[in-house]
Write a protein that binds this ligand. Structure first.
Ligand code: ADP
Length: 735
């Protein structure tokens, strides 16, 4: 409870309601305030409360009977225009905070991302010609009246359309020649129509769609894994589950989580085709106005389908009946910055709280989800074939030891031959290399120095298009120096290893007449640039596309028949426990781009380790065998999903400070049965943005509440503000 300031004594004596209010600040719990008699309050109400010298909007968490046992400040107002935050959202915030070891107020802040959304939509005044002809009809006035003959426009837009000053428009309004109408700036979203025709589904797809639809109609928590090979029609099938939810309940809301949604506009078009309108969107690229509109429409229950990034989980849905997590294995569901959470796991929790159906869709489900399906905690529907004549691509291994590329080249003869054939057939190739830029390392040939970012333990990547060296962890950028910063020798700095830019140079050398493009977050920086590139690839205006992960996700390129994974081993090196799984998933996903419609495709996997399980079993098409092997390994080691992991990451402004506090932490570790702790150890990225990092890793069996353990541990050590402690429940990054 905040101290000091004026306390309303009268209120204390005569009134007896206390509101516990959660504020969107890194605070662990709600604060108590007095609510005056004339203020209507209930749990979920948005209110304005004093906090120190400031006023802040928060959410009533609980209403208690008074009188209070200590002086309390009074609430300032209730926001009448804001709909009450639903109980399911509040429960979700509470459980999320507990699970991910974050202050509850911090999680609330994620659910209140648009301050303006709490008010009603601003209104704008529009004008159209009223039919009244003004007495004085100048040419300027005539132009305005012509512009106002159609759709109603704002005064500013009318003036702009007619090329006249605002005074002319005002004159016409005064003369009664323009009539005014008011409209909400944030228009409601159009109502999706579930009865528009779906594609003609195959019998397998029909069976899957019916199973999902029946689950949706049950109006209960039903977690289902939709396990279908790439291109088998998972999207078409879950569209039918969405249609079922909309038809079954006129107030039902549906949330579709998509990885990298800002990049995958193609799927929005598919929504439009199926439901007659695009869904409401929620992701970092939508802008303030769209954010305000989506939040408000969701809160009022008027946005029926929301397609969003992971943070859309925190929208205040009134009646969330179905959640789809597309590509549920995708690592971008784990948020690593700020509040750390795994959106797929929280989505399941959200569905459980709201009694909703949740569909986890993937061609290569995460081991966690597969284990849940195998143990009967989730149901599973499978789609094992592509519809019609489309077949899965053939996966071939290019053994880089047996037939290596030339020196300082990265495309092996086998892939080159296949590219030549593909080009001759008028078809497209995709070379996949998950490394942006020209070279992942810059080395001085004179002294051996490897160039590092000044404030971070990571090598700088050379970007030749821009002539810059870039730290991919922090975004730090500098011009490539002419002399080695270590030994001063000029012209000795050389890029080592390939990035997509260098690969395109090599492809150009082999295929000088081919149309070659690079597809990475550097070449597709804006939504337009991305759409343009994808459009040209879809139309067949590109012969060879050289791309990072963003080329591997979600696109349908009908003429793409060859995929080459240039460095399939990249993800296996220095790997954490998910390295094999992730490699398998990424390679299957990228291979799955090849051969849609009626053109058979093939994928060539370049590897120095053809016998590694991830590569060998991918080529054999044995996903289940691979996952069984991984599962057996994890089970033996007690790793997730068979055990729990939690990380403590501590950082200080100097190495000594980090070391000192790591030791305090080690000494304060709670004595808990069934929990084993390793560390402290310097983090693999020991310095990040100038901060020196140490890590602990805690492991327990599934029965232990590891979140409670980590929170209790952290609470025992009072660190100074210059020391930061981050808790990561079920870590994906071990860096
Ligand atoms: P997935 O999500 O499993 O990768 P999609 O739903 O994206 O598969 O389907 C792959 C492609 O095949 C899409 O272009 C889709 O429209 C098309 N498709 C899937 N099922 C059918 C069907 N029954 N009839 C016609 N086209 C289909």
């Amino acid at each position: 409870m905040p101290r000091g300031g004026a306390t309303n004594l009268t209120a204390m004596l005569f009134e007896s309601r206390i509101a516990s209010v959660l504020l969107p600040q890194p605070l662990p719990e709600p604060f108590d305030y007095l609510a005056s008699d004339d203020m209507e309050i209930e749990p979920g109400a948005f209110v304005v409360a004093p906090l120190g010298p400031r006023q802040m909007i928060g959410v009533v968490w609980e209403v208690k009977a008074g009188p209070p046992d200590r002086p309390l400040k009074s609430l300032i107002a209730r926001l009448e225009t804001a709909p009450v935050m639903p109980e399911a959202t509040r429960t979700f915030i509470e459980r999320t905070a507990r699970y991910i070891c974050a202050p509850m107020g911090h999680v609330l802040a994620m659910a209140m991302r648009s301050r303006e959304a709490l008010e009603e939509s601003p209104v704008e005044r529009l004008y159209r010609a009223s039919g009244v002809v003004p007495e004085r009809l100048t040419p300027a006035r005539e132009k305005v009246l012509a512009a106002a003959a159609g759709e109603a426009l704002t005064a500013a837009d009318l003036a702009r359309a007619a090329g006249v000053s605002a005074a002319v428009v005002k004159g016409l309004v005064d003369a009664g020649a323009l009539s005014a109408e008011d409209r909400d700036v944030d228009a409601p979203f159009p109502e999706p129509d579930p009865d528009l025709p779906a594609k003609d589904l195959t019998p397998d797809q029909v069976a899957a769609a019916e199973m999902l639809a029946a689950a949706v109609r049950e109006r209960a928590y039903r977690p289902i894994l939709l396990d279908g090979v790439t291109g088998s029609g998972k999207t078409e099938v879950y569209f039918e589950a969405i249609a079922a939810a909309l038809k079954d309940d006129p107030t039902a809301q549906v949330l579709v989580l998509l990885p990298e949604i800002a990049l995958t506009q193609a799927v929005m078009t598919r929504f439009e085709e199926r439901f007659g309108c695009a869904p409401a969107e929620w992701h970092s690229a939508i802008g303030l106005k769209a954010r305000r509109r989506t939040w408000r429409e969701v809160a009022h229950g008027r946005a029926r389908i929301v397609a969003g990034a992971r943070s859309a989980l925190f929208l205040p849905f009134r009646n969330l009946r179905l959640i789809i997590v597309d590509e549920e294995h995708d690592s971008s569901y784990k948020q690593e910055e700020g509040v750390i959470y795994q959106a797929r796991d929280l989505a399941v929790m959200r569905a459980h709280i709201g009694g909703a159906c949740i569909v986890l869709a993937s061609a290569t489900p995460s081991l966690e989800t597969l284990a849940n399906a195998l143990h009967g905690r989730y149901e599973r529907v499978r789609l094992t074939a592509r519809p019609g004549a489309a077949r899965l691509p053939e996966v071939l291994i290019a053994d880089m030891k047996a037939r290596p590329p030339e020196r300082d080249r990265w495309i092996a003869p086998m892939l080159l031959e296949a590219m030549t054939e593909t080009l001759a057939a008028g078809e497209q190739s995709l070379l996949y290399l998950n490394r942006r830029g020209y070279a992942p390392l810059v080395l001085c040939k004179a002294c051996g120095e490897k160039l590092k970012a000044p404030d971070t333990d990571s090598w700088l990547t050379e970007h030749r298009y821009t002539g810059m060296l870039v730290c991919h962890l922090t975004g730090f950028t500098m011009k490539k120096p002419k002399v080695c910063p270590n030994c001063g020798v000029p012209g000795a700095l050389a890029g080592v290893g390939p990035g997509v830019e260098r690969l395109s140079e090599e492809a150009r050398m082999h295929f000088p007449r081919a149309r070659i493009e690079v597809f990475s977050s550097d070449t597709a920086q804006s939504a337009e640039a991305l759409r343009d590139l994808v459009g040209r690839m879809e139309r067949g205006d590109i012969d060879i596309l050289i791309g990072t992960q963003i080329a591997a996700k979600g696109h349908n390129f009908p003429r793409l028949t060859l995929v080459g994974a240039v460095d399939a081993d990249a993800g296996l090196k220095g790997g954490d426990m998910r390295a094999g799984e992730r490699t398998f998933q990424l390679l299957s996903q990228v291979a799955g781009r090849a051969g849609r419609a009626d053109r058979p495709g093939r994928a060539i996997i370049q590897t120095y380790a053809p016998d590694s399980p991830a590569v060998a079993m991918l080529a054999a098409g044995d996903r289940d065998g691979f996952m069984e092997l991984e599962m057996a390994n994890r089970e033996q080691l007690g790793l997730p999903p068979f055990g729990r992991l939690g990380a403590v990451i501590l950082s200080g402004s100097t190495s000594e400070q980090a070391e000192e506090w790591a030791h305090h932490f080690a000494a304060a570790q709670p004595d808990a049965r069934g929990v084993e702790v390793w560390g402290p150890a310097p983090a693999p990225i020991a310095v990040l943005r100038g901060r020196h990092r140490r890590r602990f890793l805690a492991q327990s069996n599934r029965g232990v509440d590891l979140s409670a353990f980590l929170s209790a541990w952290k609470a025992r050590v009072k660190t100074p503000p210059s020391v930061r402690v981050t808790l990561d429940v079920e870590p994906y990054s071990f860096m």
